[in-house]
Design a protein around this ligand. Structure first.
Ligand SMILES: [Fe+2]
Length: 132
């Protein structure tokens, strides 16, 4: 019995700004490296202030017909406008988006978790199949 739903929320990312968007760039093929983009706020921007921001996105893969999940990466976003001048006065921010390269030997399901410091943990998943 899964407890994940007790900790996470999900929705359509086009309507809910916290849901991580998972987009492969190109068509994944067995054993071939491809780029994957993870982002927050593609359709509806999430606030990005010292007080309210996205801290990280985690990425997992559940291979088809396997029991155990693979952790592919954790992408931290560390700069939210903090400065000696005060909150939101900093000269740089990192946006909650990342492109990474992954290689899959089996089809399966990607799971992304995003964390907002105010609104908690959100999830999205995406089936990955190989074209023949
Ligand atoms: Fe939020």
């Amino acid at each position: 019995m899964s407890n994940l739903g007790k900790f996470t929320q999900t929705a359509d990312w086009r309507k809910e700004k916290h849901v991580p968007v998972i987009e492969e760039i190109g068509q994944p093929q067995k054993g071939e490296t491809f780029a994957l983009r993870l982002s927050i706020g593609k359709e509806i921007a999430h606030p990005h202030t010292t007080e309210h921001h996205i801290r990280f996105i985690k990425l997992f893969f559940q291979p088809e017909e396997e029991k155990f999940t693979v952790h592919l990466g954790t992408y931290h976003f560390e700069a939210h406008g903090e400065s000696v001048e005060g909150p939101n006065e900093g000269s740089a921010k990192c946006e909650p988006a990342v492109t990474t390269n992954i290689t899959l030997e089996k089809p399966g399901t990607l799971l992304a978790l995003s964390y907002c410091n105010i609104h908690g943990l959100w999830e999205n998943s995406r089936e990955i199949t190989f074209s023949s």
